[in-house]
Design a protein. Structure first.
Length: 136
């Protein structure tokens, strides 16, 4: 049996809505829909991570954190490391559609798209994210 280095990561993801629609990110690199998500920084609360990532990945800045929806976990191996990810999910309202320039890294290539909730659930790539939308 191989011993793996264990790494624990905490991430935050957001279910974003504006009026009656849910915002999803279309990842042009992988050709699927996802929720905004990112890793917490040192001394950053996951709710702060959620807001920061939404601003960076969507360009929307006038936001209201409504509540924590839940959390889930998964693990995988990468480069001889066993990585445990804890994802904390928040519900965030977009208060208006004014945007600033997105601040994503070069490896991220997202397009914002709005959907009615049932269509958003169909479009999402990951089952864990679909479950979060089903709570609404």
């Amino acid at each position: 049996m191989i011993d793996h280095e264990v790494k624990r990561e905490i991430c935050a993801t957001s279910v974003l809505f504006y009026k009656d629609k849910i915002l999803l990110l279309f990842d042009q690199n992988y050709k699927h829909y996802v929720l905004p998500q990112g890793h917490t920084r040192k001394n950053e609360h996951p709710s702060e991570t959620a807001i920061r990532e939404v601003k960076e990945e969507t360009g929307f800045t006038n936001l209201k954190l409504i509540k924590k929806l839940g959390q889930y976990q998964y693990h995988f191996c990468k480069d001889e490391k066993l990585i445990y990810k804890k994802i904390i999910v928040y519900l965030i309202e977009i208060l208006n559609q004014k945007k600033v320039k997105k601040m994503v890294s070069q490896r991220e290539n997202f397009i914002n798209r709005f959907f009615l909730p049932t269509k958003a659930i169909e479009k999402l790539q990951w089952p864990q994210d679909k479950k979060q939308l089903e709570k609404l």
